[in-house]
Design a protein. Structure first.
Lengths: 547, 97
């Protein structure tokens, strides 16, 4: 039975932009240096120091905003967000309040039309060799592959440029002691990307994050490394519970919620919205998915126990606890969310012209969505296949394109890249640039496979030999003693086995074609180079001829 | 435009200033007087005047993205009330309630 509610999710994603130096000073942004060795008077908030904007950070932010289909206002400025926290030495964060550098964009994601809970339906031919190897992302769960996926636009409220805070470290085990503060990260440029509450399930949230990360990857604006904190996710989640069905009087005048003062987020009549919870501390996309699934169930339970609706309890913050797989209530940073924003008098506003935006647009390059479409149209592969390939990053796509062009069969090339190539990359922990067999050499092997003269299983052995010895396809086949089996040899073998097994012939004549399969094992023992499919076809043809 | 005592209490909390009852009294009075004085600006007729986002008419002040030497750690930690060999020390920061 489906749940009597809809999960409503909006995500705030912070990505660290790939700059050498910090947003307002020349300190390095390098990760992993000894604590407090990358600071200066500007980023640790010494009186009298003055911030100066990093041009590259603004460029990367604008590049992302344009790729997210945002409007780029002509004029943008920076504001001080005031709060006290030990990792914030100035007592305020330089951020953007009412005039962010971009707003009102969207990102398209692929969603399954199936209601969640019907389980993943990944296509069997891709699962042939087990779960997908070495993905930048795994194929989207719950997505049923060919022909059944559809796209959905997730609104972007805004993307703005701000500075990061420092890092506080506390040794929980040591008990009460002090927290240690490292300010190396303070002032690192972050782009905060705020989505509309358009996501309707934890799976959709994960899909959105995966697509966003892929886009940032193609744009080259961030390394998106969650372990190093270059991509962080906070989620706002609540439920819209359908109460009309149970005969409850429809709720009148539900107060529209303003998410970050931007987006009206009303519930319709007959629908009750639960108080919004902000979930933090999620260290992977999988954790986001699990935390949201947990939170949805928790909120429903809480609603059943307390009947509390949106507006009857303040927005709360909960942290995801990986160990217990639950969310826990957190102390909020400020007693009041009164940040007393005001324009930073130390920073000049930025004016962006139409020409500059057009230049950025022209320089974006081919982005994932367009690339998928091109692969599908040019090489005749399915949306599922183009998704898997594009998700591996541009260098792998380039390898694929070269292979498909050289062997003249996009579908075959796609299967081999997804199975053999990716598996090897995964096993050897290497990138496609280090893959020893270049597209032209692999294409030579695929041409033999395509002709039907070499079985896929044997061809994989050949590729393995090519990988190990650096030989060409022809040389490797020779070394393995693989000879192409000609039609006459296949036919002779079929006749021999059919003559020896009249029972199977009779079965096939009675309509049970499966019987032929029993002979394949024997045939392969007699000639390991035999192509099973060809053997099967030839047998069936011969039996037909016997009628 | 005058301040209430509750407003001053809230602002002092946000500023992490612990004011005595007596201080709250005269702070409310003095801060209120400052705001009243500033309210004079409200009498200027601003019809047709574009609001400004910044006091100076400059824009697009950038620096190139390059690393410059900063402070060495000893200098950075020099004024810290509490520190260890590497870090500033502060009273425990714990996420959970
Ligand atoms: Zn600095």
């Amino acid at each position: 039975m489906p749940e009597p509610y809809t999960v409503v999710i909006g995500l705030e994603v912070h990505v660290q932009l790939l700059t050498e130096s910090k947003l307002f000073c020349g300190c390095s942004t390098r990760f992993g240096s000894a604590p407090n060795t990358q600071t200066c008077p500007v980023c640790i908030g010494m009186p009298g120091s003055l911030p100066v904007m990093n041009r590259r950070a603004v460029e990367l932010a604008l590049r992302t905003a344009v790729a997210l289909n945002c409007e780029i206002p002509h004029f943008t400025k920076w504001d001080r967000k005031n709060y006290y926290y030990p990792d914030l030495p100035k007592g305020y964060q330089i951020s953007q309040y009412d005039l962010p550098l971009s707003r009102d964009g969207w990102l398209e994601i692929m969603v399954s039309p199936l209601p969640s809970g019907e389980g993943p339906g990944v296509r069997a031919d891709v699962l042939e060799e087990g779960p997908h190897p070495n993905p930048l992302r795994a194929p989207t769960e719950g997505w049923s592959g060919e022909g059944t996926s559809s796209t959905k636009r997730i609104g972007i409220i805004r993307a703005h440029l701000e500075e990061d805070a420092g890092k506080s470290m506390h040794d929980e085990a040591a008990g009460k002691g002090d927290s240690r503060i490292d300010l190396n990260r303070t002032g690192t440029p972050l782009l905060e990307i705020v989505s509309q509450p358009d996501l309707r399930s934890p799976e959709e949230a994960k899909t959105y994050l995966t697509e966003l990360k892929l886009l940032l990857n193609y744009l080259g604006v961030s390394d998106c490394n969650m372990q190093e904190g270059s991509l962080r996710v906070d989620a706002n989640v609540n439920l819209h519970i359908n109460v009309a069905e149970k005969g409850t009087a429809p709720e009148k005048g539900i107060v529209p919620l303003l998410l970050r003062g931007q987006s009206p987020f009303p519930a319709a009549e007959g629908i009750i919205a639960t108080p919004i919870v902000e979930v933090k501390n999620m260290n992977s996309f999988r954790a986001v998915e699990r935390a949201l699934a947990y939170e949805a169930q928790r909120q429903y339970r809480e609603y059943q126990e307390t009947g509390r609706k949106l507006g009857e309890a303040p927005k709360s913050t909960r942290g995801w606890d990986e160990a217990s797989q639950t969310t826990r209530l957190q102390r909020s940073k400020e007693e009041s969310s009164d940040y007393r924003y005001f324009p930073d008098p130390d920073l000049a506003p930025v004016i962006v012209t139409e020409e500059e935006i057009e230049q950025i647009r022209a320089d974006l390059g081919e982005l994932p969505a367009a690339l998928r479409t091109r692969l599908e149209q040019t090489y005749g592969i399915t949306p599922y296949d183009s998704d898997v390939l594009v998700n591996q990053g541009r260098p792998l796509v380039d390898y694929y394109i070269e292979l498909a062009e050289a062997c003249g069969d996009g579908k075959l090339a796609s299967n081999w890249v997804q199975q053999s190539v990716l598996r090897t990359l995964n096993e050897r922990q290497i990138g496609i640039a280090q893959f020893p067999v270049r597209p032209a050499a692999l294409a030579e092997l695929l041409s033999v496979v395509k002709s039907g003269k070499l079985e896929t299983v044997r061809a994989r052995d050949v590729l393995q030999a090519m990988l190990e010895t650096g030989k060409s396809a022809a040389e490797a086949m020779q070394a393995l003693g693989i000879v192409e089996v000609d039609d006459a040899a296949v036919e002779a073998l079929c006749r021999e086995l059919l003559d020896a097994n009249p029972k199977i012939v009779a079965e096939v004549q009675a309509g049970k074609e499966k019987g032929v399969g029993m002979l394949i094992g024997q045939a392969k023992r007699k000639n390991p180079n035999l192509n099973a499919a060809r053997f099967r076809e030839t047998c069936l043809k011969l039996i037909q001829g016997m009628n | 435009m005058s301040l209430t005592r509750a407003e001053v209490e809230k602002v002092s909390l946000l500023a992490r200033l612990l004011l005595t009852e007596e201080e709250l009294g005269w702070m409310t009075e003095q801060l209120g007087a400052i705001l009243e004085y500033m309210a004079l600006l409200g009498e200027v007729d601003t019809t047709g005047v574009e609001p400004m986002a910044h006091a100076v008419e400059v824009s697009n002040v950038f620096r190139p993205d390059g690393v410059q030497p900063g402070l060495d750690r000893e200098a950075a930690l020099a004024n810290a009330p509490h520190r260890d060999a590497e870090c500033y020390l502060v009273p425990a920061v714990l996420g959970e309630v």
